[in-house]
Design a protein around this ligand. Structure first.
Ligand SMILES: [Zn+2]
Length: 388
């Protein structure tokens, strides 16, 4: 790519690192407060576990924003209807009467978009304050506002669909209520649309006067598993978005997005702690993901046993962070801390140094003939090298 010669131009750029907070993670994130920049609260988790998330939000002192409709992104899905949070969210967004057993009635919603947009924006703006009672304790104020407001959004599967138009209308309505806040347009699309010739039209459609930036969610986009052509399309998309001059946030990204942030294509990258570098909106996550180890040397998660095998073949892959040193056995909390610390270390490096690390590890893995036996765990390295 032509930007390969432009490394120097970007040497000081790096994306801000944000985490999506689960109800169980407040303590961990407070202990790790020197290792990330900000956080994201998802409305459906906030509705289910207000106490733990609010107490985290008012003690963390980091910037944050709220993802209003991530879990509603497929509104006519029966899967969400049975969830406990579903009714609460509908009430908070003043759309309970559009609810049916098979999901949200889009037709009815369409006729009341202004009310829905206003309610989702007010929710983001005021919910922390209301739920905390706005109390100031020990100098910590509960009067917290998010740094940005997101336009409510639904998953776009097709550019000629009604849902596409619905998203645009929601964005236009949202702009009316943004007031003093910064409003980001949320573009939530299926992966195949990255290949559409109309993708430029999407960007121009979402670039309305008053939009202050973009949040991007490519459904089920897995940085470590996509082939290089798909990765290139993703990079092209981000380049075109960045050309608008406005900041872009990847709502679900991993190390590849950190690289792209260093090239100036992403202002913020949002991760789940140890589980969420992508999200498939069609799958409703239940319980906890199997324990995997973030192997910083290959910029990716692997099963613990694979990490052990790779480290025994290539000792320089061993992580020397204090959390790994401390670990006497595999504790989920230490795995998470190690991941957060590893990501932070990636953030501190220049693009050039991080890319050198990538090339170096590829050569070493080649010398040891490890690509073939571990292809599924390692192929992303070659794809990334090709694309970056
Ligand atoms: Zn470590």
């Amino acid at each position: 790519m032509e930007k390969r010669n432009d490394y120097k131009r970007y040497f000081k750029m790096t994306p801000k690192i944000y985490y999506r907070v689960l109800q169980t993670e407040g303590k961990l994130l407070n202990e790790m407060s020197n290792y990330y920049d900000g956080f994201v609260l998802e409305a459906h988790i906030l509705e289910q576990f207000p106490k733990s998330l609010i107490s985290f939000a008012i003690t963390s002192e980091k910037p944050f924003f709220i993802d209003p409709t991530g879990k509603l992104s497929i509104p006519d899905s029966e899967k969400i209807v049975e969830k406990k949070w579903f009714k609460k969210i509908l009430e908070a967004y003043k759309i309970s009467e559009y609810f049916r057993e098979e999901g949200i009635l889009i037709e009815a919603l369409r006729k009341n978009l202004a009310r829905f947009a206003k309610a989702t924006i007010n929710y983001q703006r005021k919910t922390i304050k209301q739920k905390s009672g706005g109390v100031a304790l020990f100098g910590i104020s509960g009067d917290l506002e998010p740094e940005i407001i997101l336009s409510p959004y639904f998953l776009i599967t097709d550019l000629t669909s009604d849902i596409y138009q619905l998203n645009l209308k929601l964005l236009k309505k949202s702009l009316k209520y943004k007031g003093e806040n910064k409003l980001y347009a949320t573009i939530c699309i299926e992966k195949h649309l990255l290949f559409s010739r109309k993708i430029e039209k999407v960007i121009s459609d979402f670039t309305i006067k008053g939009v202050d930036g973009y949040c991007v969610w490519i459904a089920n986009f897995r940085e470590a598993e996509e082939d290089h052509v798909t990765l290139e399309k993703f990079v092209d998309f981000l380049k075109k978005l960045s050309n608008t001059g406005k900041p872009v946030i990847n709502l679900f990204g991993g190390a590849f997005s950190v690289f792209l942030g260093k090239l100036g294509l992403l202002d913020k990258v949002v991760h789940g702690i140890g589980y969420g570098e992508y999200r498939d909106p069609y799958v409703s996550a239940t319980g906890f993901a199997p324990m995997r180890y973030y192997l910083p040397g290959i910029f990716s998660f692997v099963p613990i046993s694979v990490a052990q095998e790779l480290i025994s073949e290539l000792p320089e892959l061993e992580c020397k962070c204090k959390f790994c040193k401390e670990a006497k056995n595999i504790k989920p909390e230490l795995l998470k801390k190690h991941y957060i610390a590893s990501r932070w270390k990636e953030k501190q490096k220049s693009f050039k140094d991080l890319f050198n690390d990538l090339q170096k590890v590829i050569r070493r893995l080649e010398q040891k003939n490890l690509f073939e036996p571990y292809w599924n765990n390692l192929r992303h390295l070659k794809n990334w090298e090709k694309v970056l």
